[in-house]
Design a protein around this ligand. Structure first.
Ligand code: GUN
Length: 292
């Protein structure tokens, strides 16, 4: 079998078109959607992510405010900026790029962001709301994955889903979203004893482990839907310098039914859902303004 490829760029472009229309409508009502992005330190990957987020905002007609801090900034300074942004009615979304330097208590920073502006969906209250199936800002990567499954008509209800990775950013919220959608979910991670035992019986595999080309075709059930969240820069071998996912695309695409490529798969959807959350927050602000 040769898998059909899910084109994340095409889906992201379609959804971003709708978001840009909504942003323009809100701007016409006097509420231009605005995202504030905080970047601390000099992690090169974080710098690239932040640049891409800011540029995607511009293209969708969303205003962005960017605040860069040196690696040794005091947490108090960043917390003061968050308090200022929380209180600013012109700001609808606030994002602190992770990871943060060691002097920061990451959970405390995430909880200092207003729940109503937490467009990353990382605040403990939004996480709790998600776990209770209440309306919440959903974390962008898992939400983007759900959009991909939906757009491909993948039946999640009743499916056996295996999520590989248990991070707060991807694995755990991914498992929660799949659970809420009616899948039977197994969460595997670095301590899982026999990973292939689990992946081989999965109808849907979501790989978010951070190990290049780790999931190979022989670990998959024929026809499975394979979603690759990994973005790894290869450092050795003939493909050194290239990007690779957590899935070995060459062998996996011989077995899977549907598969996401890297790049051009989940990545473009993550930023798309950030834009979507920012526009949702701005439309709530517009509704409040209209009601006042
Ligand atoms: N670091 C890696 N992924 C993310 C993300 O989705 N949001 C933020 N804020 N930081 C990240």
């Amino acid at each position: 079998m040769t898998a059909r490829i899910i084109d994340g760029n095409a889906l992201a472009a379609r959804v971003r078109g709708e978001i840009a229309e909504q942003a323009a409508q809100l701007a016409a009502q006097g509420v231009q959607p605005c995202l504030a992005v905080i970047l601390v330190g000099n992690d090169p990957a974080s710098a690239v992510y932040v640049r891409n987020k800011v540029s995607a905002c511009e293209k969708a007609g969303i205003r962005s405010l960017r605040f860069d801090y040196p690696q040794d900034v005091t947490p108090g300074e960043v917390m003061a900026k968050l308090a200022e942004l929380n209180a600013d009615p012109a700001v609808h979304g606030i994002l602190v790029q992770l990871p943060l330097p060691r002097q920061f208590d990451e959970a405390a920073v995430l909880e200092a962001i207003s729940v109503a502006k937490d467009v990353d969906g990382f605040h403990a209250e939004n996480v709790g709301r998600l776990s209770q199936s209440q309306e919440a800002f959903l974390p962008c990567t898992p939400h983007g994955v759900m959009k991909m499954l939906e757009s491909e008509g993948v039946k999640v209800e009743g499916a056996e889903a295996v999520v590989i990775g248990r991070s707060n950013i991807v694995g755990k919220p991914m498992a929660m979203l799949l659970t809420n959608a009616g899948a039977t979910v197994t969460v595997c991670h670095s301590k899982t004893r026999d990973l292939a035992f689990h992946t081989r019986r999965a109808d849907i595999v979501v790989a978010a482990i951070g190990k290049p080309r780790f999931i190979t075709g022989d670990m998959l059930k024929p026809g499975a839907v394979v979603i690759d969240v990994g973005i790894n820069r290869l450092t050795e071998g003939p493909d050194a310098g290239k990007l690779a996912g957590d899935v070995d695309f060459a062998s996996a695409s011989e077995v899977a039914g549907l598969i996401t490529p890297v790049p051009g798969g989940v990545g473009p959807m993550t930023i798309t859902m950030l834009l979507a959350n920012t526009v949702i927050s701005a439309s709530r602000a517009a509704a409040r303004k209209g009601a006042a």
